[in-house]
Design a protein around this ligand. Sequence first.
Ligand code: ZN
Length: 562
Amino acid sequence: KWLEAASYSLATHPDPELERLVDEVITLIASAQQPDGYLNIYFTVVKPGERWTDLRDAHELYCAGHLIEAGVAHYEATKKRTLLDIVCRYADHIDSVFGLEEGKKRGYCGHQEIELALVKLYRKTDEKRYLKLSQYFIDERGQEPHYFTQEKVEGKGFFDEFIKHLDNIKEYNQSHKPVREQSKVVGHSVRAMYMYTAMADLAGEFGDESLLKACERLWNHLHTKNMFITGGIGSTGKNEGFTYDYDLPNETSYAETCAAIGLVYWNQRMLQLECDGKYADAMERALYNGVISGVSLDGKKFFYANPLASIGDRHRKEWFGCACCPPNLARLLASLGGYVYSQTTDDLVVHLYVQGEAKFDLHGQQIIFKQKTEYPWNGSISIKINLDKPDVFGVKLRIPDWCKRAKLKVNNEEIKITGKLEKGYVRIERKWKNNDSIELELYMPIERMYSHPNVRQNANHVAIQRGPIVYCLESIDNVDSLHKLSLTKEGILTSIYDETLLGGVVKIVGDAELADDLIWEDKLYTTDKPKNKPFQITAIPYYAWDNRESGQMRVWIQEEVK
Ligand code: ZN
């Protein structure tokens, strides 16, 4: 994952020293590749002779998948084939070991990842075998006789100790049913996200309707019943994953950084299959909240789990024994440009509002978009279009689900949006010429967000959101015990840009009440009616919490009931 992230970084920020380091690592990796193409040091040095004997738990194909993704990224960034050739030889070897043909193993990995990597490798090399191998891994998963049941010899698994507490190991790695029969998200959330990502890729590549339908069912189940407001997923650390519908605890939420990243991958793939704003909305929710909360503002400390409330004992760490999240963040953020736009034969599509420049090849010429914005702090976006020859095409702009009022102008002339949205996007088709400009104003009021009543943890609680940013309270700006605060129904909330706070953020201040503990004296319980006193709260973006003096944090705040 580091190689992949470093490669993306080389593409946008050329750096000879980093490139030298990358080359050095690739030389080292090449030296470990076996004559038959196999490449995994653990099963070469530590456990030789035990290759592919613990597919369920040993992450062998998973590691291959990440190396393949790195090879593709490195080739894209540098046009050097050094790592790509290595991973092609490895993929060829894997293709010779796994499949339905006589003499091959009918296994698949306990931690999905290679499936999506093989699709990327196919797209880069045009080698159809890689796509077919990915399809095999997805199709074979959960079939009977069950591969993992046959594979497991009691006591042999490397991770038996680690996983023995799990209630359902097949659900944990989503092999409880063939994937096309799955309707509910279960098990380990990162495994699930990587699998659904590959399923969406394959549904598109093969025009596979049943796979697409499974993706849509699973997407609905996840996004309507099992996702935190931050775009985090995974309700418990027990299985690092899902529990049951509407179980979204705040202090003990798992919401692994990698899982929110996986949610971004999956939604981006769904968006490629169907330009529906609901996928971009989910992608944006995770990106601005549950993904970047995973890294401190100085980029040096990381959350593995991202709780939505803390009593002051949760802090980012510099590293983890299982260091999946930090390099996952690195590779996503270094490739963010790939999530902002997409194009079809006649449309250029803006999914996310991020300042920068994009180049499209359309109808035989290069079209440049220069996007200027201070999003997410305000909703003003301007896009300047540069092209040589005037041309007719569509520009699609996403109107986010949080935005109830938007204004659009092309070359200073207003264009009516009302009633013209197609699945969350407005489309402008015209003959575009050089220096045409688009101005989009997304009105971004402060919103109070409520949970479905089935979410027991959030009853009578409210979360503050402005634009795509979910807010939280921290003790340092408020009081030690945040649960004593409640928002008044009519209280006014105001947004203020504070350039000195947390690297420059919009904070929200407003009317609230604080439980008055004076009447309690030394009693634990009383029949006296509790009293509140007025209090001014300050809320900050959730992603930026735990970057100052430690204390409590909470996203969901009590709201006065009347
Ligand atoms: Zn992780």
